[in-house]
Ligand binder design. Structure first.
Ligand code: SF4
Length: 373
């Protein structure tokens, strides 16, 4: 597969670093995670470096994203070490995000981020209400969130705030309070996600019947944040002008990214694969120079087109017509027929450059994506 199938990011790729440590697991979360024991943290960084060498990545790095888990649990020296082995050219890098838990930030850590070239911090707020933070089992207090935000603003990072709605017991007025507080802080970006009920968690057993569809919460987020001057550029994401998350946009546009670390999922050189979600097995695989990958899939033209449409529909800009042409395949005609029906129903519009959902279609983005599947 040649890079012209990934048309939105020039020659560069995104690099994702998965940091699987959480000091205190949140009750709603089913992500793979480990407690941050010191010896594990130390060997994690060394093995990460080994994996990086083993992947033989020669493409220029356009974006970096540290996700987790809780990346901000890593020490300052760990961040410096990772910076040393990632061949980042500051003239090419356009964005470097680190996901942070408010309770793990300090001025020293933020200074380290600034020193190594981090440009963007994504702060896991979820809610400003002590009551709802408690229900979610989050580690931080509201006071810690405000303190973390104050510290962040002493630096020149772009800041994203992650929020969650449809928390059990949450009413629209509580959600509006969270939105209002977030906007008053003045972040560059807000992600507002519906609470996901993960199978097998105690949280889901306890609250399964108390989490609704969230449609009214989502509508409120859209109207509140758009009237506050933010651009609604993806179903769950809002940004000030010029402050979209470029790393995410690259993945939604089916660009290429390479993930390192346990559980990291890649789309790279024509393959999709995920590193095993087990720290020790991941380390063993790297030691034996045989990374353990799961969900391995060769990407063909039709898979790429289908995902381009599904993720493109979730974006306000929609799906570039040029991309549709570039990824022409046996299913293209079927999709064009579907688009024509949606245009007739007022759910989709065709501009000179894109197919994009209308406001009404945007509210049905998930259901329309299912029709494509
Ligand atoms: S910090 Fe994030 S990854 Fe860790 S348990 Fe909480 S929600 Fe899950």
């Amino acid at each position: 597969m040649t890079s012209d199938l990934f048309p939105n990011f020039g020659d560069s790729i995104g690099v994702y670093v998965h940091v699987p440590f959480c000091a205190s697991p949140c009750s709603y979360c089913a992500f793979y995670k480990e407690l941050p024991r010191k010896p594990l943290l130390k060997s994690y960084v060394s093995v990460l470096e080994e994996e990086w060498k083993m992947r033989h990545c020669s493409e220029p790095i356009g974006t970096v994203f540290f996700g987790g888990g809780t990346p901000s649990l890593l020490s300052c020296s760990a961040f410096h070490k990772i910076r040393q082995f990632l061949p980042i050219d500051p003239k090419i890098l356009v964005e470097w995000t680190v996901e942070c838990n408010p309770s793990t930030l300090s001025l020293e850590k933020l200074q380290t981020f600034a020193d190594i070239g981090v440009t963007r911090i994504s702060l896991g707020v979820q809610s400003f209400s002590e009551k709802f933070l408690g229900i979610l089992g989050r580690r931080q207090s509201a006071a810690q969130i405000f303190h973390a935000y104050d510290m962040l603003r002493k630096f020149s990072f772009d800041v994203n705030l992650d929020l969650i709605f449809s928390i059990p017991g949450q009413r629209l007025r509580h959600w509006e309070e969270d939105l209002k507080t977030a906007v008053q802080l003045g972040p560059d970006h807000i992600s507002a996600y519906h609470l996901t009920l993960e199978k097998g968690t105690k949280f889901t057993e306890k609250y399964a019947t108390r989490v609704g569809s969230g449609e009214r919460f989502h509508r409120l987020a859209v109207s509140y944040l758009v009237s506050s001057g933010m651009e609604h550029y993806e179903v769950s994401n809002f940004a000030k002008k010029g402050k979209r998350c470029i790393h995410s946009v690259n993945t939604w546009r089916m660009g290429e990214w390479l993930a390192i670390g346990p559980s990291g999922a890649s789309q790279y050189r024509g393959r999709r694969f995920q590193n095993i979600s087990n720290l020790e097995k991941w380390m063993d695989g790297i030691f034996q120079k045989n990374p353990i990958e799961v969900e391995v899939q060769a990407i063909d033209q039709s898979t790429l087109l289908e995902d381009t449409i599904i993720f493109g529909l979730r974006m306000r800009d929609g799906i570039p017509l040029a991309t549709m042409d570039l990824m022409e395949c046996s299913k293209s005609q079927k999709y064009r027929c579907k688009f024509s029906q949606w245009c007739d129903a007022g759910l989709l519009k065709k501009t000179a450059t894109h197919y994009a959902l209308t406001d009404r279609g945007m509210l049905l983005a998930d259901a329309l994506a299912l029709e494509i599947l």
